[in-house]
Design a protein around this ligand. Structure first.
Ligand SMILES: Cc1ncc(COP(=O)(O)O)c(C=O)c1O
Length: 373
């Protein structure tokens, strides 16, 4: 039998490094119909809703599949066929929402700020003022392709002022960035199991304003992505409509326990911010430059510009870091070469310091390989 390698650290935006106890929670098989599993689903939904609201105005609809499944299902369920969306784009995940709308055949317009500039309230206001046909505004909370934390409260206020509906893709932010329905108005917030709650991949979820969901009958084009149908079935039976990812749910229940033990959203924010600041400071000392100014930098993931030195190649850098047990992420910018380092998951000072040491060694190695005859 091959020797067991030490598991690598994932410096990525999800899947992320999970705790041993979260992994161990999957060492049991669950019957999807059984009352124990039904109780787990109920608890998962209640705990997620409690993160944003305690008024009964919101419900949680979990869905099998990765985050994109929940984004597509939410847009399909909440935006009527005659509706029209304004999509705020500053990266890959905003762009992906337009792709989804193309598939769904929903009308939309965009405010495209390029790779990393934030959308601002005055720009959104001008578009909404001018186009009364826009029913929904779609935005990404933390645009993971650059790491920018978009001004969600500012946008929510202007959308509410214009009496339109807001849908937030909070995939990589929810669980670590505080967002509460009493502070800002939205109809949907979407996320998944394997981001800031530190579960494993396999399901996603939408937190939906109950009245908006109840009014959505007939909108969805797809049986498996109809969140109203999934919600009604769950209400009636406490079961998922189709085979649920039982082990992933069990892992998530444990992940929620650990999230609460760390101090919930505030506790997680503190650790991730510390990781990000330690990482940025260390990388700057090694000569790297961040894409974003500190003002817009989220504590979730940081984009670094690739050095322009002739000896640097992303693949060489990646392979050598991997050999040292650190998995990093390629960049997703359209204009400049970059790479990304995630700050979320089971990462603490020791892992960040270990990564920085590995980056220094790898850069020395890349240089020395190049200077050899
Ligand atoms: C902001 C955002 N939206 C959507 C997605 C898509 O999620 P998935 O890759 O799980 O389908 C991601 C994935 O990282 C994301 O960061």
């Amino acid at each position: 039998m091959a020797e067991l390698a030490i598991p690598p650290f994932l410096l990525t935006p999800g899947p992320i490094t999970t705790s041993m106890t979260v992994k161990q929670a999957m060492l049991c098989d669950w019957g999807s119909w059984d009352s124990d599993f039904r109780a787990m689903t109920r608890s998962l939904c209640e705990q997620l809703v409690a993160c944003i609201s305690d008024t009964g105005e919101f419900v949680c609809v979990p869905l099998q599949g990765s985050g994109t499944f929940a984004v597509e299902a939410t847009l399909a369920t909440l935006i009527p066929q005659q509706g029209k969306a304004l999509v705020l784009i500053n990266g890959a995940y905003g762009r992906r929402m337009t792709q989804i709308l193309d598939y769904l055949g929903r009308a939309y317009v965009v405010l495209d700020k390029g790779d990393y500039a934030p959308p601002r309230a005055d720009e959104v206001s001008a578009i909404l003022q001018q186009d009364s046909g826009i029913s929904h505004v779609l935005m990404v909370h933390c645009e993971t392709s650059s790491g920018i934390l978009n001004p969600v409260a500012e946008i929510a206020a202007i959308v509410e002022q214009h009496d339109r509906r807001l849908i937030i893709d909070s995939m990589s932010a929810f669980g670590a960035i505080d967002i509460h329905a009493t502070d800002l108005r939205f109809d949907a917030l979407i996320s998944s199991a394997n981001k800031c709650f530190e579960g494993v991949p396999g399901f996603s979820f939408a937190l939906l304003r109950r009245t908006a969901l109840e009014a959505s009958a007939g909108n969805a084009h797809s049986l498996s992505l109809d969140l109203l149908d999934q919600w009604r079935y769950m209400n009636a039976t406490e079961q998922w409509r189709f085979t649920p990812p039982t082990h992933v749910v069990a892992a998530f229940i444990q992940a929620l326990r650990e999230h609460a033990a760390e101090g919930g959203v505030a506790g997680r924010f503190t650790r991730y911010r510390r990781n990000q600041q330690r990482l940025v400071e260390g990388m700057r000392q090694l000569g790297f430059t961040t894409l974003l100014s500190d003002e817009w930098q989220s504590p979730i993931i940081v984009t670094f510009l690739s050095p322009t030195d002739h000896y640097f190649s992303f693949q060489g850098f990646y392979d050598r870091l991997k050999a040292r047990n650190y998995i990093i992420y390629p960049g997703k910018l359209t204009v400049v070469e970059s790479f990304r380092l995630g700050c979320i998951g089971q990462l603490y000072d020791a892992e960040i310091d270990g990564l920085l040491e590995a980056v220094r060694d790898v850069m020395d190695e890349l240089k020395s390989v190049q200077v050899q005859p």
